[in-house]
Design a protein around this ligand. Structure first.
Ligand code: ADP
Length: 289
């Protein structure tokens, strides 16, 4: 399947220009849409999911403009929104059964088989009879994926899925996403750089409604490799360093601060460090050139 986004723009009634003429192409596999809060990610996800309409531009799936075929898109779409409610008194099994019934599968035996497969796939089989209200954050997210996968969608959109998950749950969630992305388009929208580095072959950086990078994740890292330098400094020195260098990122390190700067040649007192996607991401959104 091929999903194309052409010149997509959206301005809210309060004047916020959430998307400023976005162009992108997606094919099977996992695509990471990375950007800080307010970048326009959810707006873009909701427009692709046909829950919102753009002011300008279009979305084309396999050559067909979705304006003409909203229902067709909904048939092939699975969507896990940023926050979604669950019915607290219903079990995972009952809820999935109901969703699959709504998808038009009337045969009870068929439904049971599909529900069991979804519960297996998302590691919820042991808690299938438990009420959703008693689920942990990670279990709820996995249930979210299960409901989004009901009907075997060709296009799956997940919006900020790992925020608030502990490392083990995050890992489990990653494994599920990576497994299911082999034969469909999965768009992962997130502000967590590591999620994109670990999972996505292709990515884009969205900032203030504009695409600042679009391409392969490895190429994104290659763009800055050899130009990132590191130094451990005292906390009270940070202001001076900000004045003298383009600091890409800084993080606490054993009570001191480890800074990364972007420079074409080695600045005095700094040591080379292998670039990570975080370096490229922060350099890009800070527009250091
Ligand atoms: P992200 O998902 O990257 O955090 P959003 O798409 O939620 O970004 O928001 C993009 C911009 O649009 C932000 O400035 C946000 O405040 C604004 N925005 C989002 N939804 C609305 C809305 N319904 N009405 C007005 N402004 C909105």
């Amino acid at each position: 399947m091929k999903l194309e986004i052409q010149s997509l723009s959206k301005t809210y009634s309060n004047g916020v220009r959430a998307l400023k003429g976005i162009d992108m192409v997606f094919s099977n596999g996992m695509f990471g849409l990375l950007g800080p809060n307010g970048a326009g990610k959810s707006t873009l996800m909701r427009i692709i999911a046909t829950l919102q309409v753009p002011d300008q531009g279009c979305i084309i799936i396999d050559g067909k403009d979705i304006k003409q075929s909203r229902q067709d898109v909904r048939k092939i779409l699975g969507y896990l929104p940023q926050s979604f409610g669950v019915y607290p008194d219903v079990s995972a099994e009952e809820m999935l059964n109901h969703i699959i019934l709504l998808k038009g599968i009337r045969n009870k035996r068929k439904r049971n088989i599909l529900v069991e497969a979804l519960l297996e796939q998302t590691n919820l089989i042991d808690v299938r009879k438990r009420k959703l209200g008693g689920f942990s954050g990670g279990m709820k997210q996995r249930f979210g994926i299960a409901q989004a996968l009901a009907g075997n969608p060709e296009l799956l959109i997940v919006d900020e899925p790992t925020a608030g998950l502990d490392p083990e749950e995050r890992n489990r969630f990653h494994n599920i996403l990576s497994e299911i992305s082999e034969d469909r388009i999965v768009i992962l929208s997130t502000h967590i750089v590591d999620d994109v580095r670990q999972l996505c072959d292709q990515m884009a950086i969205l900032h203030e409604g504009e695409i600042l990078y679009y391409g392969r994740t490895v190429d994104a890292i290659d763009n800055v490799n050899g130009k990132i330098w590191q130094k451990i400094i005292n906390k009270d020195e940070i202001a001076d360093y900000h004045e003298q260098h383009e600091i890409v990122l800084s993080r606490l390190y054993a009570g001191k601060i480890c800074i990364h700067v972007y420079h074409s040649t080695q600045p005095e007192g700094f040591e080379p460090v292998e670039a990570d996607l975080e370096d490229m991401y922060f350099k890009t959104i800070k527009k250091i050139v």
